[in-house]
Design a binder for this molecule. Structure first.
Ligand code: GLY
Ligand code: MN
Ligand code: MN
Length: 441
C-alpha cells in the first residue's frame, strides 16, 4: 500500500477519549482485521478494520486496542513485536515501544501478551464492550478471557456482568465526519471523478470492459489512492442490469450504454461514484429518455439532502420521480398512487437510493433511531444513487430492454443543504456527449 497521509495522532487520541467517556466504568476491546489468505502463500491485500483504525490510526495487522473508561481512562495497544528477521521479508513493524510514542497510547504490549493480560484488564469491570458474531475465533478468545476472570471468583474478583456491542458506541461517532475526514473524502471524490472522466474518454466500440477497469485503477493509484474502495463494476449493455456485475470481461459494442460504478479508497476513506454513458458518445432516443429520468430522480433526491430532512426523504423523492417516469414511458400501467402503493416500480428500481459513506463504502451508522428515520445533520456523508434497470420481460417495450442506468454521487450534508464530493464526473447529457466528442480531436 502507498503510504498514507499521516493524520495527527491527537485526532485518534481525542476519539479514544470520547469513546472512553461513553464507556462509563467498562472496558472496550477492539481488534483490527486479520490477514486473509487468497490461495496458498498469497494473501489478499491487507486492509485494517475500520473501527480499529478510526480509534488508532494504526495500520498493522495483529493489533488490539483495549480502552478503559471510568475516572482514569487508559488506552492500551497490543501489537506485533519488532522482528528483524520478519522485517526483512515483510517490512517495518513499529513494535510496542515506537507505537506508544508515535500513536499516543498510555501503554503498549506485545500481542503475545494478550491472553495473559486481558483477564487482569477485565477483572472487576462491570461491562465489556466488544463486537461478537463476525469471527468465531475472536469470539472464542473473548469468552476465554471472560471465563478466566470468572474462574477467579473465589479470590473475590468479579467478572464483567454485561457484554455489550462496542460498535454501537462508535457508529454514532463515525457518522459525523470531522474536518480532516471531510477533506480526505473530498480528495477521494476528486480522484474518482477524474478517473470517471478518463474512463469516458477511453471508451469506444471494441474496447474491453477490463481495459476501462484498468484506466480507473491506474488513475486511482497514480493519484495516490491505495486501492479501489470496492470491486469496480464496468458493465456494458445488458451487463448493466446485473446490479453487482464485477466480471468486467465483456467488450463494449456500438449502441450500448456503459455503466461504471467505481471509487477509490484514499487513506482509508471511500468514494463511490456511478456514471452511465453511451459507448459511441451519443445517447439513442430510448437511452436518453431513461437517462434523463434517472437524472431527474437524482436531482430530486439531492434536493432532499439537507439538515433536518430524514434519512428516507431522498429515497422517497427519487421513487416518486421514477414511478411517474415509468408510467410516462409506458413501462408500467396504472396511476402514480397505485404504482407507489403496490410497489410495481420495483421491477425497474429495486434498490435503495443511498447509504452512509466513510471508512467503509457502506459505512457505519443506523438508518433509524428508536424506530424513526434518522435526521440528516451537517457532517454526515451519504450516496445518492437512483437507477433504472430494464430486463426483458412480458410487456416490456423492446426499445428499452437491457438498458441499465445508475447515477451515483457522494453528498456531504452541510448547514445549507449538501456539497457533492463527486461533481468532477460529468453527468448531464450535454456534458457527457461533449467530453466524449473531445476524445477524437
Ligand atoms: N458501489 C457500491 C454501492 O454503490 O453501493
Ligand atoms: Mn453506493
Ligand atoms: Mn456505487
Amino acid at each position: 500500500m502507498t503510504e498514507h497521509t499521516q493524520m495527527d495522532a491527537t485526532i485518534y487520541a481525542c476519539r479514544r477519549a470520547r469513546l472512553a467517556a461513553k464507556l462509563g466504568d467498562g472496558v472496550a476491546i477492539v481488534p483490527t482485521a486479520p490477514e486473509r489468505i487468497r490461495n496458498r502463500d498469497a494473501h489478499y491485500p491487507y486492509r485494517y478494520d475500520s473501527y480499529f483504525y478510526y480509534l488508532t490510526g494504526f495500520r498493522e495487522p495483529e493489533a488490539v486496542l483495549v480502552l478503559r473508561g471510568g475516572a482514569q481512562p487508559q488506552s492500551i495497544l497490543f501489537c506485533r513485536e519488532k522482528n528483524p528477521e520478519r522485517e526483512i521479508w515483510d517490512g517495518y513493524r513499529h513494535g510496542p515501544e515506537a507505537a506508544k510514542d508515535r500513536f499516543g497510547f498510555d501503554e503498549t504490549y506485545s500481542e503475545a501478551e494478550l491472553d495473559e493480560r486481558l483477564p487482569d484488564l477485565l477483572a472487576d469491570q462491570p461491562a465489556v464492550h466488544v463486537h461478537l458474531g463476525s469471527d468465531a475465533l475472536w469470539d472464542a478468545r473473548v469468552l476465554g478471557w471472560i471465563n478466566a476472570v470468572r474462574n477467579r471468583a473465589r479470590s473475590g474478583v468479579a467478572a464483567p456482568g454485561e457484554i455489550r456491542d462496542v460498535h454501537c458506541l462508535i457508529d454514532d461517532m463515525r457518522l459525523l465526519k470531522d474536518e480532516q475526514e471531510q477533506a480526505l473524502m473530498r480528495r477521494a471524490g476528486v480522484i474518482s471523478g477524474a478517473a470517471h472522466r478518463l474512463a469516458m474518454q477511453a471508451a469506444g466500440p471494441g474496447v474491453g470492459e477490463y481495459e476501462i477497469e484498468a484506466v480507473l485503477q491506474h488513475e486511482f493509484r497514480r493519484s495516490g489512492a491505495q486501492a479501489p474502495a470496492y470491486t469496480p463494476i464496468v458493465a456494458a449493455g445488458a451487463h448493466a442490469c446485473v446490479l453487482h456485475y464485477v466480471e468486467n470481461n465483456g467488450v463494449l459494442a456500438d449502441g450500448d450504454l456503459l455503466l461504471i460504478d467505481a471509487g477509490c479508497e484514499l487513506d482509508g476513506y471511500a468514494s463511490d461514484i456511478t456514471r452511465t454513458f453511451p459507448v459511441n458518445g451519443r445517447f439513442s432516443g430510448p437511452q436518453r429518455a431513461v437517462y434523463e429520468l434517472v437524472l431527474a430522480a437524482q436531482a430530486a433526491a439531492i434536493a432532499a439532502v439537507r439538515p433536518g430532512a430524514h434519512w428516507n426523504a431522498p429515497h422517497d423523492a427519487a421513487v416518486a420521480v421514477l414511478a411517474q417516469g415509468f408510467i410516462d414511458l409506458k413501462l408500467l400501467e396504472g396511476s402514480l398512487a397505485a404504482v407507489l402503493e403496490q410497489e410495481t416500480y420495483k421491477q425497474f428500481y429495486m434498490h435503495r437510493t443511498g447509504h452512509w459513506l466513510g471508512l467503509d463504502v457502506h459505512d457505519a451508522g443506523d438508518y433509524k433511531v428508536n424506530g424513526a428515520w434518522r435526521e440528516l445533520q451537517p457532517g454526515m456523508v451519504l450516496t445518492v444513487e437512483p437507477g433504472c434497470y430494464i430486463r426483458p420481460g412480458p410487456g416490456v417495450p423492446e426499445a428499452f430492454t437491457n438498458i441499465g442506468v445508475r447515477i451515483e454521487d457522494d453528498a456531504l450534508v452541510t448547514a445549507q443543504g449538501c456539497e457533492i464530493l463527486s461533481a468532477g464526473a460529468p453527468k448531464s447529457v450535454a456534458d457527457i456527449e461533449a467530453l466524449m466528442r473531445a476524445r477524437h480531436v
